[in-house]
Design a protein around this ligand. Structure first.
Ligand code: ZN
Ligand code: ZN
Length: 101
């Protein structure tokens, strides 16, 4: 990696030689292209396809393992006239149950 002798910034590859992006200093050497390639590779890392659970966590006891924290969400089950059903999912054992109250 090359650094600008004037201001210390990391030199980037310009038309022919390495140059400073900050103060227009131009080096007689070429910038390390490998480093530039590595940065580009990092950008191409695919977004993790695993679905992230965005449900809020509430204080609800799991009927299976008695854990006191569960994910909570509402879901419209039948017609839209009825109130949506509350669902809970235990964060420990992943047991899912409905709230009938
Ligand atoms: Zn510079
Ligand atoms: Zn549980």
């Amino acid at each position: 990696m090359l650094f600008c002798p004037k201001c210390g910034a990391i030199l980037v590859q310009k038309t022919k030689n390495a140059g400073c992006p900050r103060c227009n200093y131009t080096s007689k050497e070429k910038a390390d292209i490998k480093i530039i390639e590595k940065i580009n590779e990092r950008k191409e890392i695919p977004i993790i396809s695993k679905k992230i659970d965005i449900h809020p966590i509430v204080d609800e006891e799991c009927p299976k393992c008695s854990h006191k924290k569960a994910y909570f969400w509402m879901q419209q089950t039948r017609s839209s006239d009825e109130a949506p059903t509350k669902f809970f999912k235990c964060i420990k054992c992943e047991e899912t149950w409905r709230d009938y109250s």
